[in-house]
Design a protein around this ligand. Structure first.
Ligand code: ZN
Length: 446
């Protein structure tokens, strides 16, 4: 039986760009000695798993582990900012990965994409400490398998093993199975203690077909179901059932885009403000970043807002505190945020690229995402209320017995999802039930 000693939660304020940060000092986590697998399915909206109610993997996770009513993303509800908040426990303004694409305001519009930015080290090495670095710094071995940000060196430290996602990364179902196979090898042959593993769906299909498409319920959720069952089967085959905690989560949800929107309903920045007033401009989904020429910020902001009511235009200092998207030099002086169903374009669009999108206000229900956890340290058949994704990092540190780096999360939020530190015999019995049930369900499904 593992003994958990939680010493003290300190509220501290860190200088530089880390704000309202807390840190917990943990001597020995509840799961110390267990390995940890963090899995992300990109764009796995909070209610997607309920679209197809009979899928065995989700039923199994609910009955034998922990499920959250939902998980709230950070702002903006984009992929890279949220994966790095999950990994670091920091809000966007504090970890500095403020966008999917890397840019420098003084260099003009970025020549970057989500994929190319994954390889730009300085975009990620900006003050935050992800879990795979915390692990290595404290003597554990960690891995990043396509997980956004996990390829970067942070203050000269790297995950023990890592694979970078690129535009050409194979993404067939057989490739997904290979990722799981290699992850199991990393745990067992390479002796890794913690791995962050990434899958690119259902994000791609949600963009292409929209979140309400039958493709989600009929193709994507069965794919995730098969993938999770395959993972559980491999955990059993590699004798990791008693030794591996698994968190299955995601970065953001999705909302539908009205692709028939035409005329003045389409947000197009160049229609509203003379471009001679603009030094830097970058439109991406519902987010528009604008740096006006010096001394014109209020004028440009007002012209933009007068131009279209399907968006909110903020001066940087007016951005709501709850966005935690203000105190960072990478954020422009003006931020445009489209209303749900709209995207921001630099010029009037000839067509709408996406039938579904994310990046919106993180308070929107549609932006909420999924969270499950299962393993020897987690309760069974337990539902936790909705929570912000910054609380996963302190939980992961606790599970691995690591002292967390300064972060915005609190261990108190997810501590109730863990089994009691007392009752060792009960835990042993549960392991047996877990293993027996798992073997049963896998033998029926694979
Ligand atoms: Zn994403």
């Amino acid at each position: 039986m593992k003994i958990c000693i939680i010493l003290l939660t300190l509220q501290i304020v860190i200088t530089t760009n880390i704000f309202l940060v807390s840190t917990s000092t943990v001597k020995t986590g509840a799961g110390a000695g267990h390995k940890l697998l963090l899995v992300s399915f990109d764009g796995f909206r909070w209610d997607y798993s309920q679209r197809t109610p009979d899928l065995e993997a989700f039923k199994y996770l609910r009955e034998n582990g922990v499920v959250a009513e939902y998980m709230k993303p950070v702002f903006p509800s984009q992929t890279s900012p949220n994966h790095f908040s999950i990994a670091t426990g920091l809000y966007t303004e504090s970890h500095g990965v403020v966008h999917n694409c890397n840019y420098n305001i003084s260099d003009g519009p970025p020549i970057s994409s989500f994929y190319s930015a994954l390889a730009v080290n300085e975009w990620w090495d900006n003050g935050g400490e992800p879990i795979w670095i915390t692990a290595v710094n404290q003597g554990l071995r960690s891995g990043g398998y396509l997980f956004p940000g996990s390829f970067a060196n942070i203050s000269g430290v790297s995950a023990t093993k890592k694979i970078l996602e690129t535009f050409a990364t194979p993404s067939e179902e057989s490739d997904w199975m290979k990722r799981i196979d290699e992850t199991m090898e990393w745990f067992t042959k390479d002796g890794l203690d913690m791995i962050a593993l990434y899958f690119e769906q259902p994000d791609v299909e949600s963009h292409d077909k929209g979140p309400d498409s039958e493709v989600i319920a009929e193709i994507m959720m069965p794919l995730l179901n098969r993938t999770i069952l395959y993972l559980l089967k491999k955990v059993e085959e590699y004798n990791l059932i008693d030794d591996l905690n698994i968190i299955i989560t995601s970065d953001h949800g999705f909302t539908a885009i009205d692709t028939s929107v035409k005329g003045d309903d389409a947000i197009s920045i160049a229609r509203y403000v003379n471009q001679s007033y603009v030094d830097f401009q970058f439109s991406y989904g519902p987010l528009g970043l604008v740096e006006p020429i010096p001394g014109t910020a209020k004028y440009v902001k007002n012209k933009l807002q007068e131009g279209n009511q399907n968006m909110k235009v903020y001066l940087k200092e007016e951005l709501p505190e709850r966005f935690h998207y203000k105190n960072n030099d990478r954020i422009t002086s003006i931020v445009i945020l489209a209303e749900p169903g709209y995207d921001v374009y630099p010029i009037f669009p000839l067509f709408h690229i996406n039938a579904g999108d994310h990046g919106y206000d993180n308070d929107l229900q549609d932006m909420r995402t999924s969270y499950f956890s299962i393993g020897p340290s987690f309760k069974k058949n337990y539902t936790v209320a909705g929570f912000e994704n910054v609380h996963i990092y302190p939980l992961m540190c606790h599970l691995l017995g690591l002292a967390p780096a300064p972060n915005n999360g609190s261990l108190d939020v997810l501590l109730p999802t863990l089994r009691s530190k007392s009752g060792g015999n009960v835990c042993s019995n549960l392991f047996i039930v877990f293993a027996s049930t798992l073997i049963g369900i896998v033998s029926r499904s694979i």
